[in-house]
Design a protein around this ligand. Structure first.
Ligand SMILES: C[S@@+](CC[C@H](N)C(=O)[O-])C[C@H]1O[C@@H](n2cnc3c(N)ncnc32)[C@H](O)[C@@H]1O
Ligand code: SF4
Length: 367
């Protein structure tokens, strides 16, 4: 059975106006202690052999060159050479991924890079509170290619405040011209507690839907496989680590806020970075949440994750038994459709997936 390893680096140069991820600005001084805690947690890890690795954040590229060497060395010593993973992704922000860091990542065997661009338009990047401009992204992207990365993902967000369909499509075209192997295109979510939420920013849902529909059409026409609600890949470049999540496979997460799923138990570490460091250094568990899903809840979760994959899912007998009525209802209302033996989100369902997923999460609706 395949397993994935996720390592969370919660440091950011500046907090973006839309982001509610467990990440913090101006805490770089804690990086050495945090790396020490990661090493201790790695030493105690219940699993040691993994097929995929994802170093995410936060902004992993904010680590200095020597801190990055230390991280790579620790991963190799606890879990084997990074080049032995089938897929090893490093998440980076354009302004902090220098040519020296690219070289370190390559030398240590990372074979996939994920770059957060969000928009090619500098005025939009400013509104988002991003530290970089589009020219910084271009320079970094080209340096990553020149440095040997043959599998690059670029993140974009649709539905930004003030964004027009035209400006979004211009960003999309500019990214497409670079021909990255993978693209993640998210619809903007206004999350509680973020500056966008506090300022009362609202997202024009209709306009965002137009942007996402156009993304689907244009990227498919350009040869990309729309394989998950927000993800597109050139054939053969579908993200293995994330696909493993959607297959409800087991994974270990190391670091503050990181989640693990092993033996049917889902756990999450405290998102408080200082608490995480203290707990681990004192030899304690940093878990703040733990649950074992069983029966209908577990089947529902598996089904919900599987339906994120747009090629669909062949229902098990238990899924039919628990959710047959709900699936029938969504086949009738056009959000799901049949494809041979599989059930999958329809074109409409892709944009209203949460309507469908609600049926598979407790408390269950009575039909
Ligand atoms: C873990 S996050 C950040 C990775 C990296 N630090 C960066 O900023 O590029 C991964 C991606 O989630 C997306 N994202 C984060 N918050 C979002 C939100 N509120 N709405 C839509 N997309 C969001 C962004 O595209 C971001 O690049
Ligand atoms: S989007 Fe990325 S860089 Fe911005 S605050 Fe979130 S994790 Fe940090």
């Amino acid at each position: 059975m395949k397993t994935g390893l996720y390592i969370h680096l919660p440091f950011c140069k500046q907090k973006c106006n839309y982001c509610d991820f467990a990440s913090f600005a101006h805490r770089e001084k804690l990086i050495p202690a945090y790396l020490g805690a990661l090493e201790k947690e790695a030493e105690r890890s219940a699993l040691k052999a993994f097929q995929t690795l994802y170093v995410g954040g936060g902004t992993p590229s904010l680590l200095s060159a020597s801190q990055l060497r230390r991280l790579c060395g620790s991963i190799s010593s606890f879990f084997g050479s990074i080049s032995s993973f089938e897929e090893s992704t490093f998440e980076a922000n354009p302004e902090s991924l220098t040519p020296v860091k690219i070289q370190i990542l390559q030398k240590n065997g990372f074979n996939r890079l994920s770059l957060g661009l969000q928009s090619f338009n500098d005025a939009e990047l400013k509104i988002l509170g991003r530290v970089h401009e589009s020219s910084t992204f271009l320079k970094t992207y080209q340096a990553a290619r020149a440095g040997g990365f043959e599998n690059i993902n670029v993140d974009l967000i649709a539905g930004l405040p003030g964004q027009t369909l035209e400006s979004f499509l211009t960003s999309l075209q500019q990214v497409l011209a670079l021909r990255p192997e993978h693209l993640s295109v998210y619809g903007l979510q206004i999350e509680k507690g973020t500056p966008f939420f506090e300022r009362g920013v609202v997202c024009d849902q209709l306009l965002m839907r137009c942007m996402l529909e156009e993304t689907h059409i244009r990227l498919q026409a350009a040869g990309y496989h729309h394989y998950e609600i927000s993800n597109f890949a050139l054939p053969g470049y579908e993200a293995k680590h994330n696909t493993h999540y959607w297959d409800n496979g087991e994974y270990i997460g190391l670091g503050s806020a990181a989640a693990s799923y092993v033996g049917g138990v889902r756990k999450q570490n405290t998102p408080d970075m200082e608490k995480y460091i203290d707990c681990i250094q004192e030899g304690k568990d940093a878990t703040v949440f733990s649950e074992r899903l069983t029966g209908k809840a577990r089947e529902g979760e598996t089904l919900m994750l599987a339906l994120r994959k747009l090629d669909g899912v062949e229902l098990s007998a238990r899924q039919e038994e628990f959710f047959g009525k709900e699936i029938e209802r969504h086949l009738q209302n056009g959000l799901l459709e049949k494809d041979g033996k599989k059930v999958k989100l329809s074109f409409e369902g892709m944009f209203l997936a949460n309507e469908v997923f609600r049926s598979f999460v407790a408390p269950f609706e009575e039909i």
